[in-house]
Design a protein around this ligand. Structure first.
Ligand code: ADP
Ligand code: ZN
Length: 591
């Protein structure tokens, strides 16, 4: 449920009006003066170019106002205030001719630019001021700070992460009872850093901490502290912390802390200065807290290593927690949690589903169940079944909706996709310990070819070198199967494997670091020369693994053929169907 917001102060409502009002009034005055002048300006008198030329010869032209590109040429006669205009001759040497004839030659910047600027300015001015006015009223913008909320999220809404929860509960106690802690001589944490990929529950955790302890919760994104106007970001930081202190005990959550807190090369351009100012304001705000103030700052970031060291010094964000992707058990808990309030068929086995969703973040799991609910709704089913969940996960993996039939592909292309996917499938089955879950060649709106889903036997945190090598081979196997299909003619292989190659490049870089012969070194650390060496090493690895994959596919051509034929027939194979094709039940008497 969304936490309810406290009504904003009346006083704050008027401030933005004032800020928008002053410039608006000023603009109105300027308009009142400028508009009549612009409107009352008499039309210039048109003169043919021949007439103009003879006037020049008679020495009657005092001044021309020349604008390159303008079809018209305004000019003024001697002792005459009237503005005349003739056609712009647009010939070379015109300026010289005028100057020789004693005519003052005034060159103007391209008038179309100024004219259009003026007309844009005049047309949009009123809208601009309405927009400014509106912006000032939006929450979190302008000079006001987002009001505190009291989230009703608790630690029960956070699945897994039990160790971190324990520690957080202790920290929560210290905000509520700072005096008690001081008496015990306990050090009070002022800042906590939550590190982890998006969707791993950083925001959820911060919110739960505030909800659990019933304190005020302020949530901002650090990018809001980067403002177009110098110093505004910093003043916003100060304002936020002043509010938090007034409403203490409170939790201030700063998402994407890197926006102001990333290490920088000391650039002093406008943006750089603004960062520094906001960062310094944040640092001094944290330093300015007394232990008894009861304010806890929680920062969220993808990578703590990238943060300015000043931020993670003792007394600032000195407690750090890493929120990793959920393991199998946590995934099951998260799934159960988000299944609450959804009509899910009792046949859905959450433990099995957790095994199938390796690599899903908490947010992705939530999306999965919501998408499945959508599928059920579209199909007017009475409850969410495993089939709906599988369709949803396919859609998420393929990043698009599944099209009917073979989509925009022609039959040849479709056949190639089937062999490509068959290559991935066979390699997965023979080169890894992953279980095949599902293979599909259904076209999607995102243009992805197909997908082979598999699941590892457990959440292996640290893959072995050989695991990485087979991962690359599985990625290459799609292309290798295409290569085999067209008889090894490289030019005929499709470029459908671009994603595979990209993923393989990442894995190969990991492998390259662990080569005893080349030195156990991360060459990327050694500047250009190192990068070159790293690239050479990766190149050699790629060639070696590609060759191995091609040989592997050749040796397993029969199996590739079998899977491809099955895919041509039915678009999608379940894990069991694929396994049955690859490992047919042994006949009696066979070893
Ligand atoms: P982050 O801030 O790390 O990007 P969020 O906290 O915004 O991630 O997570 C997005 C959503 O994902 C949450 O609102 C929640 O529904 C779900 N989620 C993530 N992690 C968990 C978890 N451990 N338990 C339950 N739900 C989770
Ligand atoms: Zn592929």
């Amino acid at each position: 449920m969304e936490p309810s917001k406290k009504p904003r102060d009346k006083k704050k409502f008027w401030k933005p009006l004032l800020f928008a009002g002053i410039p608006a009034a000023a603009a109105a005055i300027v308009l009142a003066i400028v508009l009549p002048i612009v409107l009352n300006r008499p039309e210039p008198e048109e003169v043919t170019y021949q007439e103009f030329s003879s006037l020049v010869e008679q020495g009657q032209v005092e001044r021309v106002e020349y604008t390159a590109g303008d079809p018209k040429l305004p000019f003024y006669r001697v002792d005459d205030e009237t503005e005349y205009v003739t056609d712009n001759p647009k010939v070379e040497g015109f300026k010289e001719r005028m100057l020789l004839a004693g005519v003052e030659f005034e060159e103007k910047p391209t008038s179309t630019f100024w004219n259009s600027l003026l007309s844009i300015f005049l047309t949009y001015l009123p809208f601009l001021f309405f927009a400014v006015l509106l912006l000032r009223f939006l929450p979190g913008r302008g000079f006001s700070v987002e009001a505190a909320t009291r989230p009703d999220t608790t630690f029960d809404d956070v699945a897994g992460l039990d160790e971190i929860k324990e520690d957080m509960k202790v920290i929560a106690e210290t905000i509520k009872n700072p005096k008690l802690c001081q008496e015990l001589g306990a050090h009070i944490t002022k800042g906590v850093l939550l590190e982890g990929e998006p969707g791993n529950g950083k925001t959820l955790f911060a919110r739960a901490l505030a909800g659990e302890t019933g304190v005020s919760f302020y949530s901002v994104n650090a990018s809001e502290f980067i403002e177009m106007y110098a110093g505004l970001g910093a003043s916003r930081v100060r304002k936020l912390f002043k509010e938090a202190k007034e409403h203490a005990p409170s939790v201030v959550f700063i998402d994407e802390l890197d926006a102001i807190g990333a290490k920088r090369d000391g650039s002093t351009d406008g943006a750089g200065r603004e960062y520094t100012q906001s960062l310094n304001a944040l640092l001094s705000a944290i330093d300015g807290f007394e232990d008894s103030d009861g304010v806890l700052v929680i920062g969220a970031t993808n990578r703590a290593e990238d943060l300015d060291p000043a931020l993670v010094r003792p007394g600032r964000f000195d407690k750090q927690f890493v929120l990793t992707l959920p393991d199998c058990q946590a995934r099951e808990q998260i799934l159960r949690l988000h299944a609450r309030g959804k009509k899910i068929s009792p046949q859905v086995d959450f433990a099995e589903l957790a095994k199938d969703t390796v690599g899903f973040s908490g947010a992705a799991l939530e999306v999965l169940l919501n998408e499945a609910a959508m599928q059920a709704l579209i199909q007017k089913a009475p409850e969410i079944t495993l089939e709906h969940i599988e369709q949803a996960s396919m859609q998420m993996l393929l990043k698009g909706h599944i099209k009917k039939g073979i989509g925009n592909r022609n039959q040849t292309e479709h056949t190639v996709v089937c062999y490509h996917e068959a290559g991935h499938t066979v390699a997965t089955a023979y080169l890894t310990d992953h279980a095949l879950r599902r293979v599909t060649v259904l076209p999607t709106t995102s243009g992805a070819g197909g997908v082979t889903m598999s699941a590892p036997p457990s959440d292996k945190m640290l893959p072995k070198l050989e695991d990485l090598r087979s991962r690359v081979m599985v990625l290459y196997a799609g292309r290798a199967a295409e290569y085999w299909l067209c008889g090894g003619k490289e030019a005929q292989v499709t470029t459908g494997a671009a994603e595979d190659v990209r993923a393989a490049t990442e894995v190969i870089q990991q492998i390259a670091m662990f080569s005893e012969e080349a030195g156990l070194l991360d060459y990327r650390e050694f500047g250009l020369a190192g990068q070159k060496k790293m690239m050479e090493r990766c190149q050699a690895l790629s060639q070696e693994l590609w060759k191995e994959t091609v040989e592997f596919i050749q040796a397993h051509a029969q199996q590739v053929e079998a899977v491809a034929k099955a895919l041509l027939e039915k678009d999608t194979l379940t894990g069991e169907e694929a396994e049955a094709l690859l490992h047919p039940p042994k006949l009696e008497g066979e070893a």
